[in-house]
Write a protein that binds this ligand. Structure first.
Ligand code: SAH
Length: 408
């Protein structure tokens, strides 16, 4: 099948739909029960539980229930996880409680920085050996954490490095939250240029498809936005959930009545091309996914961010800008163009600047707010689509080699 009849571009392989997608995003992309060794499951952490669950766990451990709030205050309020500094808790209690409720989920493998410390990428090894990455980005007015929601990804978008590796597993709620808490502590420590900074924003734009790990991602959103000591106390409006557009899960998200920002990875305005660039489009078409996005916008009052990677001679033609403009005009949306980060071995490249500018001009002429994303972290493979630790950094030795290569 050719990608489009009206505009030739580099040949694209049509990828079959990933069979493990659960249309309701109920964790269906996890391996079948029994297929995974129990040892691979991360231990329960307080960030997996709401306060009632933490109190119950403290009681089950033979401790006073109020210890749950004390421990939560250290973790979410003070960004502290070392029992030695939790001096309001009796020494014996804090060691025991911290061991059971604050197990180490993320083992740092490597941290890389660029942009004079304003962009930092962390590579983590999970309990089962999976590798995931997070990125911390400092701007004048905000500090953003970009976090992973799955180890690998099952969506198979051919231009995305994570998509090439396939899905290893869903992350637990706490494995997601802990990335943010760790990065918040890093920002607060003055690691970004000396001044302590307060983490303000979180984007679910790291590895994985957040809506394919629906329940854990929603629980993570709640933990991140519940006020301290229940959670980290971030504003829902400062969280962005980015999705390929799993329509049933998107419909379910609408019912949560959240005010998080929705980012929709559209990448093509026509089904012919989107079927190839975002293979789930073979199941849920452009019109259907946009309908769901507008329903989300109407319910949340939030402008939907339409993500569009600019791929040279693939999706950057003027007619596609015009078609996109017609689809979005008058809607509560803005377009975020992402210059393609070519992935290793990819035959695709980023659009040229004049082509990109013409695309922007046409969208704006159609009345659609459009920005071009500042692609942070390219030198450390921290930019969009480059978070592919499990493919490119299989071992620490590999990470070292890669670090050396990417920091020259
Ligand atoms: N699964 C989610 C989050 C993934 S990454 C989603 O698809 O939305 C966040 C964004 O980076 C997505 O819009 C994704 O399509 C985009 N992206 C992936 N690889 C890219 C690349 N090589 N260059 C530019 N953007 C890329």
């Amino acid at each position: 099948m050719t990608a489009t009849s009206s505009a030739p571009h580099a040949p694209v392989r049509v990828l079959p739909l990933v069979p493990t997608i659960d249309p309701l995003g109920r964790g269906g992309s996890e391996p079948a029960a029994g297929a995974r060794k129990r040892a691979a499951l991360p231990p329960t952490h307080l960030a997996d539980l709401d306060m009632a669950g933490r109190r119950a766990l403290a009681a089950a451990l033979g401790e006073k229930e109020f210890r749950a709030a004390q421990l939560s205050h250290h973790y979410f309020g003070r960004l502290v996880r070392d029992p030695a500094v939790m001096t309001d808790l009796p020494a014996a209690v804090r060691d025991r409680l911290a061991k059971s409720m604050l197990p180490q989920l993320l083992r740092p493998v490597r941290e890389l920085e660029c942009d004079h410390g304003q962009t930092r990428k962390a590579l983590w090894r999970l309990a089962d050996g999976s590798l995931v990455e997070s990125v911390l980005m400092g701007y004048a007015d905000r500090v953003t954490a970009c976090v992973s929601s799955q180890a690998g990804c099952g969506m198979a978008c051919p231009f995305c490095a994570t998509g090439q590796a396939g899905l290893t597993r869903n992350l637990s709620t706490a494995e997601i939250v802990d990335q943010v808490v760790y990065l918040a502590a890093l920002a607060a420590s003055g690691a970004m240029g000396g001044e302590p900074r307060r983490l303000s924003h979180v984007v679910f734009m790291g590895m994985g498809e957040p809506l394919a790990n629906y329940q854990r991602v929603i629980a993570a959103v709640r933990r991140l936005t519940d006020p301290s000591p229940d959670g980290l106390g971030l504003s829902q409006r400062h969280l962005t959930v980015s999705t390929v557009g799993l329509v049933p899960a998107l419909r379910r998200l609408i019912e949560e009545d959240l005010s998080v920002t929705l980012a929709l990875s559209l990448h093509a305005p026509d089904d012919d091309l989107r079927d190839e660039l975002v293979p789930v489009n073979q199941r849920w078409k452009v019109a259907e996914v946009l309908d769901a996005a507008w329903a989300y916008a109407a319910r949340s009052g939030r402008r939907v961010s339409i993500e569009y990677a600019m791929i040279k001679e693939v999706n950057d033609q003027p007619w596609r800008a015009d078609l996109l403009g017609r689809l979005l005009a008058g809607r509560l949306a803005h377009v975020n163009l992402i210059p393609l980060n070519p992935t290793p071995g990819s035959r695709w490249d980023a659009s040229s600047k004049p082509v990109e500018q013409e695309f922007v001009r046409r969208l704006r002429a159609a009345g659609v707010a459009t920005t071009v994303r500042d692609t942070r972290g390219r030198e450390i493979d921290g930019a969009c689509g480059q978070l592919a630790a499990s493919v490119t950094i299989p071992t620490e030795t590999g990470a070292q080699a890669r670090q050396a290569a990417s920091l020259v």
